[in-house]
Design a protein around this ligand. Structure first.
Ligand SMILES: C[S@@+](CC[C@H](N)C(=O)[O-])C[C@H]1O[C@@H](n2cnc3c(N)ncnc32)[C@H](O)[C@@H]1O
Length: 196
């Protein structure tokens, strides 16, 4: 009965949360831990340490099982808030969280932060929003003065189009490309228009 309910919610009602929980529970996203995913995390970690050295306050949207926070390491953030639509992913992320971390189950299309951040990061997640550019613009209003948005998108057939609309809405501060044996991932550091 439980598996029928899960099937019904995922396939018939198409509830995102159930779909993502199912995929995490089945281990379908275990590949994100792989060495061939390390480069994109390392690029983000490098940007954070260089642009906001010390104890930045960071929000990660679509944080999955918390790999960015784990790779960044506790001494490089003052506060780390991660949110994801999947309860399963967040439960796993909480296992390796420290007292400076808060992991929340939330939908990026609805969530409203209550504080501001030095960096807001969408690492392979923004394209799951119903309105990616509007979502980035909405979250950008939760950046502190001199704050940055960091967005990564793996190269795929629609990524150029998405980058074009993102670059129309934001000022590009810097760009890096991580190429691995598995994929090519573009990472942009963005500023709200006119903030530079
Ligand atoms: C490709 S995974 C990337 C996970 C993590 N950022 C990483 O790089 O390992 C995309 C993540 O976005 C989350 N996600 C999808 N739709 C979401 C939504 N509407 N709100 C919040 N998170 C969402 C998924 O649960 C998943 O963890």
């Amino acid at each position: 009965m439980q598996s029928f309910t899960s099937f019904f919610k995922r396939k018939i009602l198409r509830i995102d949360r159930d779909r993502w929980n199912y995929q995490y529970d089945k281990g379908l996203w275990d590949g994100l831990k792989g060495l061939d995913e390390l480069a994109r995390f390392s690029v983000i970690v490098g940007y954070i340490k260089h642009l906001k050295p010390g104890q930045p306050e960071i929000l990660e949207i679509g944080c999955g099982e918390g790999f960015l926070q784990q790779r960044l390491q506790s001494q490089n953030y003052g506060r780390f808030v991660g949110l994801d639509i999947s309860d399963s992913a967040i439960e796993t992320a909480r296992v390796l969280a420290d007292e400076k971390c808060t992991y929340l189950v939330a939908d990026m299309d609805k969530h409203q932060p209550t504080v501001q951040f030095d960096m807001i990061i969408f690492n392979e997640s923004v394209y799951y929003s119903k309105h990616p550019v509007k979502t980035l613009q909405r979250f950008a209003t939760y950046l502190k003065a001199n704050g940055f948005l960091i967005v990564t998108i793996n190269d795929h057939k629609h990524s150029d189009e998405l980058w074009q609309s993102i670059k129309t809405a934001f000022d590009l501060f810097d760009e890096a490309t991580a190429i691995t044996s598995k994929s090519t991932c573009i990472c942009n550091v963005l500023l709200p228009k006119g903030a530079a």
